[in-house]
Design a protein around this ligand. Sequence first.
Ligand SMILES: *Cc1c(COP(=O)(O)O)cnc(C)c1O
Length: 384
Amino acid sequence: MSRVYLSVPHMGGNEERYVREAFASNWLSTVGPNLDAFERAFAERLGRPAVALASGTAAMHLGLRLLGVGPGDEVLVSDLTFVASVNPIRYLGAEPVFVDSDEDTWMMSPALLAEALEDRAGRGRRPRAVIVVHLYGQSADMDPILDVCRRHDVPVLEDAAEALGTLYKGKPVGALGEVGVFSFNGNKIITTTGGGVLVAQRQDWVEKARFWSTQARDPGPAYHHTEMGYNYRMSNVLAGIGRGQLEVLDERVRQRRAVAFRYRDAFADLPGITLMPQAPYGLHTNWLSCFLVDPDRFGATRDDVLRALEARDIEARPLWKPMHLQPLYAGCARQGGEVAERLYERGMCLPSSSSLSPDVQDVVIETIRSVSRRESRSRGALQP
Ligand SMILES: *Cc1c(COP(=O)(O)O)cnc(C)c1O
């Protein structure tokens, strides 16, 4: 068996045809029919205008700038997340404030967010934005979050990089706040090898983001600039991959969910190993299959499990390390953090590719079962 990875690209079939069309027509830059078609298909799915960009991180950067984030501002953001949710706050000279997770969903706690906003309102210091992260394919509980943000007049950017295909009360996440951001990095549920999309409630914001993404050159033949831009546009070649991938997104969602539920069922008789919560308000894609290991009940620690998997050349990882534990963000303000810390100590992501075969998944399952106390006991009982 060759190395088993956490999450690998999985092409649908039409990607190469769209890429060939880009070559045949010589649309090999940041303009062309694949880009138009990809953005159109994406906008249709989300119900909001969309612009295709070079990465999810670039989309975060432009999204925060659309919300007016600048030097000295505070931006509230989920503590338990990947660092790319937070770095763009600093790109703009602003300061992150970390908000802890809700134990029942692992997503940003609406109660702690309300506390953080009230605390700041009391000091006359309104944050410029709130970034809500939809982690591992699960939606945050958006109704109370949007309510409290509206009450305090603070706009919401949804980091849906890990949550394309995820629903909240039947609606796609990313289209609930003012701005939404997606990623097509190689490990995400669909990929363009690298890329991102920004969607927004306002058409003029999407146009502004598109303008900034191509160096903000003012109309006319001259190289005339009044605003600062970036080189953040997606290429028409990669948009061809995106078109093909979007066609199979629903199938990928079904496959990722099936992988997670197959692990869950295979561990059902083992104490102390539990699938990430599946919040009742949404459709959780289970982009990654995440589990908590309770060492007392399981009879081994999360790190014991990771070591056993690595010994068989299987890639598995701890959950994201909370931002308040990062040296990069030491000393930043936060509301809570203990829940994220506990999840980080006990949580792990197992191989979750939509192309993961049952045979290979069985090896992962058997390896984990062999680490548990229950299995060690029954192995012991068989010996004379
Ligand atoms: C992957 C990811 C990003 C960044 O996306 P890129 O396309 O890799 O730049 C941002 N936020 C979260 C939560 C992610 O998982």
